[in-house]
Design a protein around this ligand. Sequence first.
Ligand code: ADP
Ligand code: MG
Length: 226
Amino acid sequence: MELLHCTDLEKVYGRGDTAVRALDGVNLQVDRGEFVAIVGASGSGKSTLLHILASVDRPTAGTVTVDGVDLGRLDPTRAALFRRRKVGLVYQFFNLIPTLTVEKNITLPLRLDKRRPDPAALAELVGALGLQDKLQALPGQLSGGQQQRVAIARALCYRPALLLADEPTGNLDRRNTGEILDLLGLCHRSYGQTILLVTHDEELAAQADRVITLSDGRIVSDRRRG
Ligand code: ADP
Ligand code: MG
């Protein structure tokens, strides 16, 4: 079943002589439950694509539909709700709020919507990510790998249709990188979570079921494993 669809997606930053064509006619379809890696050199348009899929940014041309929502038709308020409820975003730098406990960071998207986390669901998520002993800690008291796990838990607390991760291991050592990748694999297998993982590391990308390569804003290869 289809989860997302991009047609003739273009993104141009700036105008005239200094314009940069970051996406140049991207056509992409992803089914529910797929684990897709997006690779490509620095500047090839990976982050731009993720930002458009998350409704953080808008395309210059083309259409994008995620979970039945045409993102081009969202006004700013609906776009903000879409970002909070339908997608989980994980970045290289964890973007946790330093003054909030781990538990408060994880449940922030729900609390912004004045909703209470379901205790059983929260306990399961926190257990799966190995954070049960850290809930009252502050982010600064955790290792980089642990902080990234908190960021993943926050991204997943709404059970988003789509998990978008932009070089989530780019700031971690090899061991923590392995742990984060194992966790993404677990989210995929146990929760059937659809994942788009941006990485410039082909070795990490080999963990995914499907590898898409971007070059100069175009998809130049799209391979499924096995
Ligand atoms: P990647 O994530 O693959 O490194 P990006 O999507 O960040 O690539 O960038 C694609 C191209 O768009 C690059 O040439 C980059 O310099 C340019 N770009 C990205 N964001 C902006 C922006 N906000 N303003 C102008 N140019 C940008
Ligand atoms: Mg990038």
